[in-house]
Design a protein around this ligand. Sequence first.
Ligand code: SF4
Ligand code: SF4
Length: 339
Amino acid sequence: MKPSAVIPAWGKILRGQRPLLSIEITRRCPLHCPGCYAYQPEHLGGAVTLNELVDFQGDALISGVLALVRRHRPLHVSIVGGEPLVRYRELDVLLPQLDRMGVEVQLVTSAVRPVPIAWRSIPNLHLVVSIDGLAAEHNVRRAPATYDRILKHIAGHNFVVHCTVTRPMIGRPGYFKEFAEFWSAREEIRKIWFSLYTPQEGEQSAERLRPEDRQAILKELAELRGAFPKVELPDRVLDGYHHAPASPEECIFAQTTTCVSADLKTPIGPCQFGGKPVCSECGCVASAALASVGRYKLGGMVKVSDLFAWSQKIGHRVRPPRPAMVPGEPQPAEGSASN
Ligand code: SF4
Ligand code: SF4
């Protein structure tokens, strides 16, 4: 979200609204990444899985997303998946419309297929490609979205590279330097972001980082910034990673974002990860940035997080929290859902 959107965002919170919206625009994805949270049985709370949801396409998806945006009137929309490019035809229509509505959009993709070049000229669109480390590891984890294909598919664009650091990436000295060197040299890349793997409660996976891993990674990443200006890792984000929120209630990002899954009505909570994420080991870049802002004291006296909590209480009195979609509200026609 742009700095100029802070005041409108605050206004929304005072009116009981959430300024950020995240949409899993499809349940489909041709990849099978280890550690993907979207297809875990608990992602949507356990009663239903992402694969079991209705998956809209065509006009039903376009009108459904626009209805959701008109209803929530967010300042910023994140489009995630599944793999959003599975619905590139619908996005070809949706993205310019959202731009005309003045909504900033971030689209996160694996770049498993070519990204339409017309999207480059949409001013409020920010494209992010997920990369799981260097080619040797990435190509195994994220086939068929291999390095070779990604480079072809993002050519001519302005992308942010986003790498979620997992345990298999650590242990080789200079790994992240090599990563930053490779992607910094690409003209289609404007920024490089690093986040840390966020586990679920009770998870014992190869991806999960130990506390000492987090400390070592953050030190290594901080040192990259001088040599590689495209690495965007401000001190406030580092600070957020070092002091992650203790719970979703303390997470400003979770409290300001409405997350909706592929049927455009099932809520995802407590945040975009769904399930039961371990907040104290959170590695989400947006949560880290906002957590750090929350600790800032206005005039040296009042913490921003306290001001946020008061604003949220006022907002809840003005407009009690509502579900993502009101039962009975017009919804996309199920007849046009894909199988
Ligand atoms: S591309 Fe994204 S949605 Fe698809 S399997 Fe990988 S992490 Fe999951
Ligand atoms: S974004 Fe991170 S800190 Fe916030 S609720 Fe989710 S896991 Fe917890």
